[in-house]
Design a protein. Structure first.
Length: 378
């Protein structure tokens, strides 16, 4: 068959464009280097490494190293005869939100501000978004009673992940944690500077905690048929990456609302946007000045990070974008100030701590709720 000349011409014209697109494709981000647990600047870890499935004790504080092989905890699986809680979901539209309406998004990452290398110049545009709320209510919950609860960030946008509900089913049945509600909240979307998730999670203020208090929790009580405690000792918050720094910000700035914090790969780095002169280093300021220079707050915090966690993932080269260093610094200032904390360094783990999470999470939750009376929660 003779190919029409016009098609040959069009194909020829298209080839340079295809080649140009291929040429402009950004290279893959290099993998972060592995940081040794005994490198200069690291805490003096208690070594549990080389023992798969072994976790730090739930009644001890301090710094521990685990891995490099991991075993999924039995509590992460459904068990016969264990009462199973119910899980329900509902959504919130940005147009109905008071504090975060409209949402924001960016088209390009942004450029370093020539007048301030600690921040970016980012162009944003307004967006509408849908937020998903997933609620776990344990089988042992007594209608009308006030329940302790845990707020999780980056909650599912579709089918619920049943890992946390199954863990709580088992821990509650074994009386290792109080009977509690879990509230998993998805972000407004995107990531970091210029996106809605970044505005919600990376901002150094109590604004997001206030949003949850005033706009999310009343809907949880209404839609799930529960009552939630007002006692900050009975309120926990957890998250990974920016969700982890958000969890700490909620307890730090609204200590009247939250006392218990669980983080994995916490983004305790300089990622706040827009620039705030009160905290010029963003969440880096937690360990740089806020915690060292402030009276001790009644915060109990569990942290974990991977030995291959993030390092300088963007154009900012300000010395405040190493997730491992940031978490090491957090552990050391928490210890120096006398906080109740446990810090776990996970060998052979990247951002979010990978397979280590399935081994550590039940232990982390049990540690987090130490000191809270199970009887009080009934």
């Amino acid at each position: 068959m003779i190919i029409p000349r016009i098609l040959v011409l069009l194909a020829a014209l298209a080839l340079p464009a295809v080649a140009q697109k291929a040429k402009e494709k950004k290279p893959d981000r290099p993998q972060p280097p592995t940081r040794s647990f005994d490198a200069p600047g690291a805490p003096a870890f208690i070594r549990l490494d080389g023992k798969p499935g072994v976790n730090p004790p739930v009644d001890k504080e301090g710094d521990y190293v685990v891995g490099p092989e991991y075993v999924t905890a039995p509590e992460a699986k459904g068990a016969e005869g264990v009462p199973q809680g119910r899980v329900m979901q509902f959504t919130m539209e940005s147009k109905d939100c008071k504090l975060f309406n409209p949402g924001i998004a960016r088209d390009v990452f942004g450029t370093v501000d020539p007048n301030n290398p600690k921040t970016l110049i980012v162009e944003t545009h307004p967006i509408d978004y849908t937020r998903h709320i997933t609620v776990y209510v344990p089988a042992q919950y007594v209608a009308g009673s006030e329940a302790p609860f845990i707020v999780g960030h980056d909650g599912p946008r579709g089918k619920p992940d049943m890992t946390l509900p199954r863990i709580l089913d088992n821990l509650i049945a074994q009386k290792r944690v109080p009977v509690q509600v879990a509230i998993l909240i998805s972000s407004g979307g995107g990531d970091a500077q210029g996106h809605e998730r970044g505005r919600e999670y990376d901002t150094m203020s109590g604004l997001y905690a206030t949003f949850i208090e005033n706009e999310v929790l009343p809907l949880v009580e209404k839609n799930a048929g529960v009552k939630l405690t007002k006692d900050p000792e009975g309120r926990a918050t957890m998250g990974s990456s920016s969700g982890g720094s958000c969890a700490l910000a909620m307890a730090w700035y609204r200590n009247d609302l939250y006392h218990r914090v669980l983080t994995t790969s916490g983004t305790f780095v300089n990622q706040q946007w827009p620039f705030n002169p009160e905290t010029p280093g963003g969440a880096w300021d937690f360990h740089d000045k806020l915690i060292p220079q402030s009276p001790v707050k009644p915060i109990r915090i569990w942290m974990a990070v991977g030995d291959r966690d993030l390092l300088n993932p963007n154009v900012m080269r300000d010395g405040m974008h190493d997730w491992v260093e940031a978490n090491h610094r957090m552990a050391k200032v928490l210890k120096a100030k006398g906080y109740h904390y446990q810090y776990v360094y996970c060998l052979n783990a990247g951002h979010g701590i990978g397979n280590a999470r399935a081994q550590l999470l039940p232990q982390a939750l049990e540690w987090l709720w130490q000191g809270y009376s199970v009887a009080k929660a009934k």
